[in-house]
Design a protein. Sequence first.
Lengths: 146, 146, 82, 82
Amino acid sequence: MRVLVQAAPFDFGAEAQAFADGAAGAGAIVTFTGLVRDLSGALTAMEIEHYPGMTERAIAAIAEEARQRWHLIDALAIHRHGRLRPAEPIMMVATAAVHRAEAFAAAEFLMDYLKSRAPFWKKEVTAQGADWVAARDADEAALGRW
Amino acid sequence: MRVLVQAAPFDFGAEAQAFADGAAGAGAIVTFTGLVRDLSGALTAMEIEHYPGMTERAIAAIAEEARQRWHLIDALAIHRHGRLRPAEPIMMVATAAVHRAEAFAAAEFLMDYLKSRAPFWKKEVTAQGADWVAARDADEAALGRW
Amino acid sequence: MIDLLYFAWVRERIGLPRERVETGAATVAELVEELRAREERYALAFADLSSLRVALDQELAEFDAPLAGVREVAFFPPMTGG
Amino acid sequence: MIDLLYFAWVRERIGLPRERVETGAATVAELVEELRAREERYALAFADLSSLRVALDQELAEFDAPLAGVREVAFFPPMTGG
């Protein structure tokens, strides 16, 4: 299980391939990648603040719980912080299991918990100024299904 | 939306990267890859038979339905046939949407329908002989949730 | 004349991947009855319809579906893709 | 002495990312009361606790949690990662 919290960009395709190559015995690999969206067409950057130390601990705890609940062969989480441009990957998770139902459920669980329990905060920067992204009720509610 | 049915191997990481690069406006990309599992440790090959013509039609129809149900920005399905070795990728799907819930749901839908409605048949080859893989009741039952 | 296609163990039991037949069958079920009556290998392949699926002109269908206008009938076990 | 950390708009409203304070507060809620009483910028940052989260030594906690033995308290809005 690898957890990376970094300012540097990551190569989604290469990470996905390396993860699949390393998951000996897996029948199913699920990946999720979140990209910087520019819904308004005016976004110049996304700034991501985080809480060094707590971030790694929180993600490792979430990943460990996923691994135990679904007997994962492996799991991966990468999350960036700092200044990102539109369409850049913000983060990814990957899960490997024997069957697809476990790989899908674990990836969704990781995403739901990363969204609302890992200490990251997003700020959208436009020419008009900068705004902190508000947490969505739907994201908090999503935790209720696990 | 791309549907590929082919004997040739495909490069999972490169396909995942190309798919993400091409999904302008997406905030969420989900990929699934199925690999040849060797649960017994005795598998020498997996042979996949398919029904040329019907296969492409069935997958395109499934992908089109997914696209309409979840407003996908894009979708991809690649499925191999012929003789595969243990741990080789058999197939992959990818979905791109604005939000993660749609990308996850569409990818699971594609997988459930590909499993039970696209005309592929798997045969496991060992030193002792070859056996057709039996359809799992759980796979047929999975269709009921959509 | 109608094209019959067989896949997976249906193909192996019957011993060929496809053939053309002349049939007066009105439905898939009637066609299956004709085939069963032909030879032991057909009787074996079609012994248990619950373990078989059928496609008419490349679309999944039921065994009571009519054959009028159909050019291609395929028989195979439940699919195991993905 | 206890380390206080502020993130996102909490950090911006208070105007600094961290500070060390001497406190006799027994719980997070009591600490918040002390901070609110300090200056207007603290009162503003802590105006609505329902829009804030707190972590004690890097673990999420409730506002009624005790501070005994805690070295690091972080205040921040609901998280928006992923």
